[in-house]
Design a protein around this ligand. Sequence first.
Ligand code: NDP
Ligand code: GDR
Length: 361
Amino acid sequence: MSGEASTANGNKKIALITGITGQDGSYLAEFLIEKGYEVHGVMRRSSSFNTGRIQHLYEQPNCHTGGRMHLHYGDLTDTTCLIRIITQTRPKEIYNLGAQSHVKVSFELSEYTAQVDALGTLRLLEAVRAAGLDKETKIYQASTSELYGKVVEVPQNEKTPFYPRSPYACAKLYGYWIVVNYREAYGMFACNGILFNHESPRRGENFVTRKITRGVAKITLGLMSHLELGNLDSKRDWGHARDYVEAMWLMLQQEQPEDFVVATGEAHSVREFVEKAFACVDISVVWRGTGVEETGHDANTDKLLVKVNPKYFRPTEVDLLLGDPSKAKQSLGWQPRVSFDQLVKDMVTADLALMRRDPQA
Ligand code: NDP
Ligand code: GDR
């Protein structure tokens, strides 16, 4: 069966994406379908609808019904299903994007986060070996700037030492090293993309950028009084998810497997993000007080817009992430296209349109 599939699939470009229903998975699926791939995605069973981000692909005649996109129920905690899906689909490229990806939530779901983000990566690598594809299939691992955690060096590059600051980052640290180990031990083509924060209108609602742009849209339309946020001082290197999925693909088109930092090289604070987002609806924010007492107000009307709520603080915070993408620029010819200003504008515009269509969203 596997021999036949292998012959049949000889020159076909087949990709498997774990986490296809997430922000990055949806952009990557679009990108690969556009490039002519047959895309297989691992989708979790959920009691509610979880394919909203790829619904538009379902509706395109060449994708779902046209045989270019296939979804498989699966989970990174289930070894058997991973072996079955990989054996049946025999992908040329696997993108391991599936994860419990929320840093704050990982403090509450620490064991589960390790199961999925750390052991899930190991299960996937072992499933590739079990399917006999360790010399054929190229693997991309969604590693993260959270590995750098506590600031040791700025900007952070591929040689900067890691210092994880959350159960999420510790689990991803295992994922990073097991990928390096399987590459060295078994000669597998497996790479880590150390991606800094990347956002989009499809970003999950409880990550800070999307929470802010949704809040700005709701406040503008009179659907919400003010926003409550945690640490306004933390700084992140924010890019656009659509740009970043291209870097994932480029890593798997190289002759040799290597790890790459993907970032913009620019950092902004959460406070700056808030100011930029309100500026998109012509509101200028003035800040009063400090620490947990800090509030943001409309400079014209004095209306309260932002309040700090310590419930959003993390037991250990990552203060500053700023990436040096020189290696990706030189070796992959990759560079970000969307600026910080454009990213914020796109997200606010999309959320305004969404809230106008559906005020309950
Ligand atoms: P999302 O949270 O949007 O998507 C995560 C995906 O993983 C979803 O499809 C989710 O399914 C799926 N998933 C969760 N648990 C499991 C599981 N047990 N088995 C299989 N699939 C699972 O994350 P992003 O798209 O933003 O990120 C993609 C990857 O990149 C993640 O691994 C993340 O940790 C990493 N990363 C993200 C960065 C970013 O800034 N976005 C930066 C660096 C790394 P469901 O839809 O059902 O919840
Ligand atoms: P992060 O993203 O932890 O960097 O992980 P998030 O948007 O959750 O937080 C960024 C910073 O904003 C501060 N913050 C708040 N965060 C949230 N979620 N909600 C708030 O109300 C709030 N107020 C302030 C946080 O403390 C933090 O400093 C993301 C995820 O996509 C990971 O999967 C990925 O690995 C990293 O980016 C790179």
